[in-house]
Design a protein around this ligand. Structure first.
Ligand code: GAR
Length: 213
C-alpha cells in the first residue's frame, strides 16, 4: 500500500490549474482560509489569459500566471513551462479545477507530484465534454461529481471521492449543472484536506481513505 504523499513539511503546497470561471478555485481558497491550515495554495496557472480564475487568484494574493498554448512552440513546450513553474513553487500536489486541456503522459510523469481533477459526473459515466447534458439525455436519475487522480486518459484515473445529486424531470442542463457545482465546491476541498492529512492511499486502481479519528 502506498502512502500517496510523503509529507516533508507541515503544510501541503498545492498548485491549481484552471481554464475558466474559477468557482472551484474560489471554494478551495475559502476552505484553506477558514479551515484547512495543513494546506497552502502556492499558485494558479491557466491556459487562458482571460480566465476569471486568474483574477480570483490575484485577488486572493496568490501567484497567477497564464500559459496560453499559442504562445509556445508546441504542447510539450507549454507543459514544460508549467512543470518548471510548479517546480519553482515546490508544489506537492496539483489540482485541476476546471482545466479543460488533456495533460500528456510526459507532463504527468515529469511534474513529480500527484494531480487530481474534479469532474461534474459520476465517473466512469460521462467522461469528457458536456457531462451534465449527456447525463440528462441518457435519462439517469442520479448524477454528481467525482474527484479522481489524473492519468493519461480522459477522466479515467483512480476515483478518490464522489457525491451524488438527484436528476429531476424538470431539470435543464443549467439547473443540473448548478446542483452538481454546489457539491463540487464541497467535494474538492474535502479531497485536498484528506490528502493533506495523509489519509489517502492508492492500491492499484482503488483509493483507500482512512477515516477521521
Ligand atoms: C466544473 O464544473 C468542473 O467540474 C468542470 O468544469 C467546471 C469548472 O467550473 N471540469 C470539467 O468538466 C473537467 N473535465 P469552475 O471554473 O467554476 O470551477
Amino acid at each position: 500500500m502506498n502512502l500517496l504523499i510523503q509529507r516533508k513539511a507541515k503544510q501541503l503546497k498545492v498548485g491549481v490549474l484552471a481554464s475558466g470561471r474559477g468557482s472551484n478555485l474560489q471554494a478551495l481558497i475559502g476552505a484553506v482560509k477558514t479551515g484547512t491550515p495543513a494546506v497552502k495554495l502556492v499558485g494558479v496557472a491557466s491556459d487562458k489569459a482571460e480566465a476569471e480564475a486568474l483574477r480570483r487568484a490575484e485577488k486572493a494574493g496568490l501567484p497567477a500566471r497564464a500559459f496560453p498554448p499559442a504562445f509556445f512552440g508546441s504542447r510539450r513546450e507549454q507543459e514544460r513551462a508549467l512543470e518548471f513553474w510548479f517546480e519553482e513553487l515546490e508544489a506537492d500536489l496539483l489540482v485541476l479545477a476546471g482545466y479543460m486541456r488533456i495533460l500528456s503522459e510526459d507532463f504527468i510523469r515529469g511534474v513529480g507530484c500527484p494531480i487530481i481533477n474534479i469532474h461534474p459526473a459520476l465517473l466512469p459515466a460521462f467522461p469528457g465534454l458536456h457531462p451534465q447534458r449527456r447525463a440528462l439525455e441518457a435519462g439517469v436519475r442520479y448524477s454528481g461529481c467525482t474527484v479522481h487522480f489524473v492519468d493519461a486518459g480522459m477522466d479515467t484515473g483512480p476515483i478518490i471521492l464522489q457525491q451524488t445529486v438527484p436528476v429531476y424531470e424538470a431539470d435543464t442542463e443549467e439547473s443540473l449543472s448548478e446542483r452538481i457545482l454546489r457539491e463540487e465546491h464541497l467535494l474538492l476541498p474535502e479531497a485536498v484536506r484528506l490528502i493533506a492529512a495523509g489519509k489517502v492511499r492508492q492500491e492499484g486502481r482503488r483509493v483507500r481513505i482512512e477515516r477521521d479519528a
